[in-house]
Design a protein around this ligand. Structure first.
Ligand SMILES: [Zn+2]
Length: 213
């Protein structure tokens, strides 16, 4: 596929994982934003995102909003939430599921972007995310774009890689090992735990791309 077209005034939500790093390198948004919302791996995500933005010579911003009162799953305290019966691992969409997380983060990014000259929020979700939770699906982002664009400011929400896998995105982006090597994927801490779904996906992606040999 060709390079997705983005606005000249796009703001990328940069979590410091493989997907958003590859998007940053590939599309070179006007700026990147990392939100400290009280997630357990925040120290690692901030370290990665800042290093990536600096290496790519992209503007980087961050701010803190405490979302822990509505947290759940591995990113929060390790519990998992069953949307029907309450806190229980059984029936949670995925161990890392945090209710409405992507909706909350995109809304926060859009609210921050409004009045700062940005007109588009880019998110790094890829196709397989939608299997793990509904707020990673193409349909979700179509709806979210519609509801954000409907409101004052008319910002757009775009997930340029939503039809791709992480490996496809990395390969299409041409991102270098020196940039990709900053990635932080662990859901539970500042350094890789090696066993959470984020760490397992990280290792699987590296193996599939044949990088860092
Ligand atoms: Zn981990």
């Amino acid at each position: 596929m060709g390079i997705p077209t983005i606005s000249d005034h796009a703001l990328l939500l940069l979590s410091g994982g493989h997907d958003s790093i590859a998007l940053a390198a590939w599309l070179r948004p006007a700026a990147c934003l990392t939100i400290d919302y009280g997630q357990r791996p925040v120290e690692g995500e901030m370290r990665s995102a800042q290093a990536v933005a600096q290496a790519l010579d992209l503007a980087w911003h961050s701010f803190r909003v405490d979302l822990t009162p509505v947290g759940s799953g591995l990113l929060h305290d390790g519990t998992a939430l069953n949307p029907d019966t309450g806190h229980s691992v059984e029936g949670a969409p995925s161990p890392e599921w945090w209710p409405y997380r992507n909706q909350l983060l995109v809304s926060l990014a859009a609210a921050w972007a409004l009045g700062r000259g940005f007109d588009e929020i880019l998110v790094g979700s890829v196709g397989p995310d939608g299997v793990r939770h509904k707020d990673g699906t193409a349909a979700f982002y179509t709806k979210l774009d519609e509801v954000v664009a409907y409101q004052e400011g008319g910002l757009r929400v775009v997930a340029p890689a939503i039809e791709m896998s992480t490996v496809e995105l990395i390969e299409a982006s041409g991102v270098g090992d020196n940039i990709l090597g900053f990635a932080h994927s662990c859901h539970v801490g500042a350094y890789p735990c090696g066993t959470c779904p984020g760490c397992r996906k990280h290792d699987d992606v590296i193996a599939r791309t044949g990088r860092f040999k």
